[in-house]
Design a protein around this ligand. Structure first.
Ligand SMILES: [Zn+2]
Length: 229
């Protein structure tokens, strides 16, 4: 059996709407990781602010339609470049905003997606006491989800299009006896770092959907799978 988790980071408004529609077309849930203050102009970097971010009105709508909306930082800080206490405060501030703004948000069930897939050993030791699991950099092809798993390894590709890189990793996954691929992309059709073509996404979901041995699931739903067996 194979599990593919394809997450879309940073919460670009246009791409998030389109991603959700594409996943819905295949009866699937999209995984969208958003910055708590994204709609308020964070991160305040020229390359990033070019693209409009969604707000919690949109995130609640997409969640109600069955998609998984997860935290991706308060201001998209690189946690490996900050003191532990400051990173902790930022993650807690992010989770507070989610608790206030996202309906039915439960931090004990949340999967925190580190910005830049960048974490530290200290944060990785602390975070499982706060959230269900976290996603950070590492070998993106893991064993199938395990009960109680708190670390999800993942990769991404950029700043150019990630289509080929993603296709290569899917082929690597399917060449193994089983496994869980977690791949992190951003926007569609030129939006964000390492964008994916909408057509590539549609063809990939179609191909994976034809396989009886493969499930495309957001990170939280993939962990649920381990707990339901
Ligand atoms: Zn990001």
């Amino acid at each position: 059996m194979y599990v593919v988790t394809l997450s879309f980071d940073d919460g670009f408004e246009r791409s998030s709407r389109q991603t959700a529609e594409i996943f819905e077309g295949f009866g699937l849930s999209a995984a969208i990781n958003v910055v708590a203050r994204g709609h308020l102009g964070e991160p305040d970097e020229a390359w990033h602010t070019r693209w409009q971010k969604g707000d919690f009105g949109l995130w609640n709508e997409l969640q109600a339609r069955g998609h998984e909306i997860m935290p991706h930082g308060y201001v998209h800080a690189n946690k490996a470049e900050r003191p532990f206490e400051e990173s902790k405060r930022l993650i807690e501030a992010c989770l507070d905003v989610f608790a206030d703004e996202l309906e039915r948000f439960d931090r004990a069930r949340a999967v925190f997606a580190f910005p830049y897939n960048s974490s530290t050993a200290e944060l990785e030791a602390w975070l499982p006491h706060v959230v269900r699991a976290f996603r950070t950099a590492g070998d993106p092809i893991m064993p199938l989800p395990q009960p109680g798993q708190t670390t999800i390894r993942c990769t991404s590709f950029g700043p150019g299009p990630c289509d080929e890189h993603l296709e290569k990793l899917v082929a690597e996954l399917l060449a193994r006896p089983s496994g869980w691929l977690c791949y992190n992309t951003h926007g569609l059709d030129g939006e964000g770092w390492g964008p994916l073509a909408a057509g590539t996404l549609e063809r990939l979901l179609e191909r994976l959907g034809e396989r009886d041995d493969t499930r495309v699931l957001p990170a939280g739903a993939a962990l649920d799978l381990a707990e339901s067996v």
